[in-house]
Design a protein around this ligand. Structure first.
Ligand code: GRF
Length: 192
């Protein structure tokens, strides 16, 4: 069984979807750790309710990114984490973490990258008037949503859609798509 660490900063609906897929036997993996950089975030309650180990920190308590990432790397190595799963982790990953887990960090982004990287991707796409947007799962590199793409799924924007409709459709797809792609990666890693 491969070991996942999920990183999140906010609500954690994707964290929940991954956890539910594990519980339902649809994802052959274990969530060994939640890493959260926002004390008080809802995702912390979700992890606590499921009895999942957590590492919660505030960046301001550390001298620099490399200092808190060194502590995170220690936690990941101690728990023998195979894959780092970013799910709404609102920070750029730095060298300390990237160099310790090369090609083992993935992210989900709510647009069809390379279109609309960065914050508020759903709003960016909506305001641009696209008729199709979507979800991208990609490896993480030092850039903002720039790493190699693993998989994408389209989400149509209908003529009468409000921003909230598009957000709902994107999140529905994310919650199915991330566990599916993780299961493919888990199978690949456990066969390797
Ligand atoms: C998702 O839309 C994800 O694509 C983006 O951040 C959002 C996280 O939402 N990276 P949640 O915390 O999983 O509900």
């Amino acid at each position: 069984m491969i070991k996942l660490a999920v990183f999140a900063s906010g609500s954690g609906s994707n964290f929940q979807a991954i956890l539910d897929a594990v519980k339902a036997g649809m994802l052959d993996a274990e969530i060994s750790l939640l890493v959260c950089d926002k004390p008080g975030a809802k995702v912390i309650e979700r992890a606590a309710a499921a009895g999942i180990n957590q590492f919660v920190f505030s960046a301001k308590d550390y001298a620099s990114k490399s200092h808190f990432e060194a502590e995170i790397v220690g936690q990941l190595q101690a728990r023998k984490i195979d894959l780092v799963v970013l799910a709404g982790y609102m920070r750029l990953v730095g060298d300390t973490l990237l160099s310790s887990f090369p090609s083992q960090i993935i992210n989900i982004h709510p647009s069809l990258l390379p279109a609309f990287p960065g914050r508020d991707a759903i709003g960016q796409a909506f305001r641009a008037g696209v008729s199709v947007t979507g979800v991208t799962i990609h490896y993480v590199d030092e850039g903002m949503d720039t790493g190699p793409i693993i998989a994408q799924r389209e989400v149509p924007v209908a003529a009468g859609d409000q921003l909230s409709d598009v957000e709902r459709k994107i999140h529905e797809i994310e919650h199915l798509f991330y566990p599916e792609v993780l299961q493919k990666l888990a199978r690949r890693l456990s066969l390797a």
